[in-house]
Design a binder for this molecule. Structure first.
Ligand code: BDR
Ligand code: CA
Length: 349
């Protein structure tokens, strides 16, 4: 079981990542922190708590803390993405507890006054000798950049790797060349890639192949008897019997419908939305279904037209700076000096 900490900005696809992290048996979710991004920190924090309470078992909902982290980028001006995720970050989603419900507010009250980055450090420190934490980051990288800057020794000793959704090889989604999570805080992304820790990146190139298709979405609504492997299981509730067979199916259906509609209107995606962030969790649980390759990756932190672009050295142009890690790509010694050595997830099998 892989102990993970999830840093996120829910967000429709972040919500799917939370669901998977709570239920895949390969994953042990220790804590959640939130960051500005798809919506304000106020909303992403409430959304994370809403997802945890709706998707987790009562034991998980009690045990797993939700910390509010950075509300703005390190240097850049703040931006949110209501066009894709709605004003509150989870537009159109039905069946979650309301943002201002007592359960959500008391979940967030539990961690009030404690810094999210310090909480992440404590989680890493609390692992037994020989165990290391995997950090998954599916929002802008402000919290993670602060963490690697403040606790470099802890990062070296107790962090296995950081798996991020972000960046792209030669394309963008919120600018012609920049992916949203990197664009939100390019300086933080650059700090993370320079840190002495292995980074695995799920860029747009692969996440745009992980589409939740219309057909997949309609399976959320057909009777369980029509789906062979569900035929024998009993639906756990029937809150919306005419439309979906369990509250969870209904919630996912509304979530994916909204996401599909914004991807259609903004990006002309006809088949359905990419579930970007879910790939980070899928990679940890099933690495064998991914094809990956190491590259040097830099982040354009300024740039008149290219701020937030990940510059991926596909043809090893900067060969001299690669020698060190090519000799022994897994060794930590090769991470510090020539940071920016990133394992890029390129294809799904
Ligand atoms: C990323 O930006 C957000 O819209 C998604 O949640 C994902 O993390 C995709 O560029
Ligand atoms: Ca996200």
């Amino acid at each position: 079981c892989i102990p993970i900490w999830l840093d996120c900005d829910p967000g429709h696809d972040d919500a799917v990542a939370i669901l998977m992290a709570l239920h895949l048996p390969e994953i042990d979710l220790l804590g959640i922190s939130t960051v500005h991004g798809n919506a304000s920190l106020f909303n992403t924090s409430r959304n994370a708590a809403r997802c945890l309470l709706a998707f987790g078992s009562s034991e998980q909902a009690k045990r797993i803390p939700v910390y509010a982290g950075a509300e703005k980028p390190l240097l850049r001006y703040i931006r949110h993405d209501s066009e894709i995720h709605g004003e509150d970050g989870l537009g159109g989603v039905e069946g979650l507890p309301p943002s201002d419900s007592p359960a959500v507010l008391s979940k967030l009250d539990e961690t009030k006054g404690k810094n999210a980055v310090v909480a992440l450090a404590d989680a890493a420190r609390s692992l037994p000798d020989g165990e290391q934490l995997t950090i998954v980051a599916t929002g802008s990288f402000t919290n993670v950049a602060l963490f690697v800057s403040l606790f470099p020794e802890l990062v070296r000793d107790k962090v296995e790797k950081v798996v991020v959704m972000g960046g792209a090889e030669g394309r963008g989604n919120r600018s012609p060349t920049a992916e949203f999570n990197v664009l939100c805080d390019p300086h933080a992304a650059s700090i993370l890639l320079d840190a002495e820790v292995p980074v695995v990146m799920a860029p747009l190139n692969i996440t745009h192949t992980a589409i939740f298709r219309k057909d997949d979405n309609s399976t959320l609504l057909v009777p369980p008897s029509a789906i062979p492997d569900l035929a024998s299981s009993t639906p756990d509730a029937t809150a919306h019997p005419s439309r979906a067979h369990t509250p969870l199916r209904h919630t996912l259906h509304t979530l994916l419908n909204f996401f599909a509609s914004t991807y259609k209107s903004v990006f002309s995606f006809d088949d359905g939305p990419p579930v970007h962030d879910a790939l980070c969790i899928a990679y940890l649980a099933r690495p064998e279904i991914f094809k990956a390759k190491r590259y040097r990756v830099d982040v354009e932190t300024e740039g008149t037209h290219t701020q937030g672009t990940t510059v991926v050295d596909l043809y090893d142009y900067k060969k001299d700076q690669l020698v060190e890690f090519k000799k022994d790509p897994e060794s930590r010694a090769s991470w510090g000096r020539f940071g920016k050595n990133v394992l890029m997830l390129e294809e799904l099998d």
